[in-house]
Design a protein around this ligand. Structure first.
Ligand SMILES: [Fe+2]
Length: 259
């Protein structure tokens, strides 16, 4: 089982919403998509952890769908803070099994892989949140017996990057109960997220955690405790490949793409 983890394309049709986003974000996204489409062996699925668009207009999602069109495999998406929830629902409603209701949570299967997608978008805010109903749903899904691996996909990481100015704008409401749910799970969990615009991995309450970098821009690394928010930096970009073999074996590779 091969999964490509991508994040934070920030595609825009007219003008960017975010000052750090490169003006050729769509071209950068096309290069990433082309690399994923041509990869051998073929990927089984793509998990896209939010900020697909940089503003979330109808035109942004039309452009995004055109950019993603070369991918002939399932693409599982969650909204980021720069997405529009309803625009995203409309753009992917024929391919992503969104639950009915106010949030874009859902469960999906690819072979023996279970994907639990969480919508952490708070309209108009940079930080994210999970409400008690979303957490109850996640807990109930994890309580169901599942013999394969489980990935939780969400935009705002609940785990720290160590870049404190960025960590102040991640998951707020729901972080503690999510930690309790993750810690209580008796099978290994993988949590994939975005938002930080720097690739990193960690372990949080027993779960393997990963943030995907963003081809639209990458933040500089500054681990000083009181450092101001870092600006962007020109660094090589890579998306992540997760090679899963049952519920207990994960190998993680970086796949560099020249943007
Ligand atoms: Fe982003």
């Amino acid at each position: 089982m091969l999964i490509a983890h991508i994040s934070d394309f920030h595609v825009f049709a007219q003008a960017p919403e975010t000052s750090l986003v490169r003006m050729d974000a769509a071209d950068a996204a096309r290069k990433v998509v082309s690399d994923i489409a041509l990869h051998q062996p073929a990927f089984d699925a793509v998990i896209f952890t939010g900020d697909l668009a940089d503003g979330g207009s109808t035109e942004d999602y039309e452009l995004l769908r055109e950019i993603l069109a070369p991918l002939r495999i399932p693409i599982f998406v969650v909204p980021g803070n720069h997405d529009n929830r309803e625009g995203l629902r409309v753009a992917f409603q024929t391919t992503v099994p969104f639950k009915a209701g106010p949030y874009l949570n859902y469960e999906a299967r690819v072979g023996d892989l279970r994907i639990l997608a969480l919508d952490t978008l708070v309209n108009g805010k940079g930080y994210g949140a999970l409400d008690p109903g979303q957490l109850d749903w996640l807990e109930s899904r994890l309580a169901e017996l599942h013999s394969g691996p489980t990935i939780i996909a969400m935009h705002h990481p609940p785990f720290p990057s160590g870049v404190t100015a960025l960590d102040d704008m991640t998951l707020r409401d729901g972080k503690k109960p999510l930690a309790r749910i993750v810690a209580a799970c008796d099978t290994p969990l993988i949590i994939l997220a975005g938002h930080i615009h720097r690739p990193f991995q960690g372990i949080w309450f027993g779960a393997f955690c990963q943030v995907g970098g963003g081809p639209s821009f990458q933040h500089a690394l500054d681990l000083r405790p009181a450092a101001p928010e870092p600006g962007s930096i020109s660094e090589p970009y890579a998306y992540h490949i997760l090679r899963l073999d049952g519920p207990n074996t994960l190998t993680n590779h970086k796949r560099y793409v020249s943007l």
